[in-house]
Write a protein that binds this ligand. Structure first.
Ligand code: SAM
Length: 421
């Protein structure tokens, strides 16, 4: 059995560390899948691409890649991470943005409240903005974003700078008055000193340029490959039948993370860039796979497809006695994942492989062996399990401590399920 633990390995090389993302896959695990189950020039699909680990690794191994995610911010991050951008245009654009932003902020500090500067310093209007952002931070972010949006530059470079902007909010040491921010429940936190937004952005862009340079250099040694990242739903993929050579994906865990809640502090600012209002974004959270929000009837896009999966029946039977709401969520999760597996089967070429990385859990002390349910579903659909490898999740990557308590120790073990069509 291969050792897929990768403890102590560098997981942030090339552009993998461009932006934080909850439950990110180690790139070495994706590499294992790509090297063992595909060849250069073939096409890899990740239908729940998150921050883009699969597409970046595919590019680094000369595979074409397609990534979909339901989350608008995830798509932006994944796209930027996988796209080679030259350094000069980034440097030129960042210099201009910083020059204009510094000028405005200095003018504000000197009390210049001209109409133009006041307009540029006006933040978006969202609930609790003053709770999460101190006045100076709020105005500096507004000015910075204004200049990212208005300064002349290519769309690729603008998207790179949007990711840098998001990264100074969604990070451990955020400019927002918040911590635990990469995960779904932020905690309010007063900075001892008001964070210097411009300095943080400058540092972040510098770091991201170095990461992009490493990515470009690595790509240089590899034949070109096409990478496409788009918003999409894993339950209804916009792909033709039997067009994919390998699927590699790590789906959300059953009722684990609420991505829109984790991302809202950045999306509140970047809603125009992402083409979605904050309200729509938050509401859409209810239809993410694994969401604990919304009722079963409101949110599921399917009828009951899983009554034949005996394991699901027995889990739901136990859970419904203790917590009917959780039972509904788990039922919906498995239904959604059944549809996803069916889509994976449909788009995969015959005899090719799908690698799915998943973690079992305990809910209300009831065992939810997600990996075994997936195996039964796969069998039912035509995806035959050919291998199952366990790995220990690195401590740093585990979900929140409060979830750890609810899910139990099993949350430390992930299953790498290898299926063949
Ligand atoms: C565990 S994360 C994937 C992380 C990714 N492997 C990485 O390394 O960044 C699961 C992803 O599934 C996405 N997701 C949830 N429901 C989805 C759906 N119906 N269609 C597509 N993506 C979905 C979430 O937005 C999240 O980004």
């Amino acid at each position: 059995m291969p050792d897929l633990n990768f403890d102590g390995h560098n997981t942030l090389y090339a552009t993998h560390g461009l932006h934080s993302y909850a439950a990110k896959c180690p790139p070495q695990l994706v590499r294992y899948g790509i090297e063992n189950f595909s060849s250069p020039g073939e096409t890899v699909l990740d239908p729940m691409v998150g921050s883009g680990t699969t597409v970046v690794e595919s590019r680094l191994h000369g595979r074409n890649a397609i990534g979909y995610d339901i989350d608008a911010l995830a798509c932006l991050i994944a796209k930027v991470k996988a796209r080679k951008i030259d350094d000069k245009p980034i440097g030129n654009a960042a210099d201009l943005v910083l020059k204009y932003a510094k000028k405005d902020i200095n003018a504000l500090k000197k009390g210049n409240l001209s109409q133009e500067i006041s307009a540029r310093a006006t933040p978006p209007n969202f609930h609790n903005i003053d709770y999460w952002f101190s006045p100076d931070v709020k105005h500096a972010l507004a000015i910075l974003l204004y200049h990212i949006d208005q300064t002349q530059m290519s769309q690729d470079v603008r998207e790179f700078l949007w990711v840098a902007f998001s990264a100074i909010i969604l990070t451990k040491v955020s400019v927002a008055s918040a911590r635990d921010i990469i995960h779904s429940r932020h905690h309010h936190f007063e900075h001892k000193e008001v964070p210097d937004v411009i300095k943080k952005f400058e540092t972040r862009v510098r770091k991201m340029r170095r990461q992009m340079e490493e990515y470009r250099l690595l790509c240089k040694q590899i034949p070109n490959a096409s990478i496409v990242v788009e918003k999409g739903d894993a339950r209804q993929l916009p792909l033709e039948n039997e067009t994919i050579d390998l699927v590699f994906t790590s789906p959300p865990y059953a009722t684990a993370l609420d991505y829109p809640r984790a991302h809202f502090l950045a999306v509140a600012w970047l809603h125009q860039a992402l083409g979605i209002t904050l309200e729509e974004y938050k509401l859409k959270g209810a239809i993410y796979i694994g969401s604990e929000r919304g009722s079963h009837q409101e949110t599921t896009i399917s009828d009951d497809h899983i009554s034949d999966i005996s394991l699901v029946g027995s889990i739901i039977e136990k859970l419904v006695e203790i917590d009917p709401k959780k039972a509904k969520h788990i039922h919906r999760y498995f239904e959604d994942m059944y549809l996803t597996l069916k889509e994976i089967y449909r788009v995969l070429k015959p005899k090719r492989t799908a690698v799915i990385v998943i973690c079992p859990s305990h809910i209300r002390k009831i065992e939810v062996p997600t990996h075994r349910v997936f195996t039964e579903m796969g069998n039912n659909i035509g995806l035959r399990l050919t291998n199952e490898i366990t790995r220990t999740i690195n401590k740093k990557r585990r979900v929140l401590p409060y979830l750890q308590k609810a899910f139990g120790d099993r949350m430390n073990t992930e299953y790498v399920l290898i299926y063949q069509k």
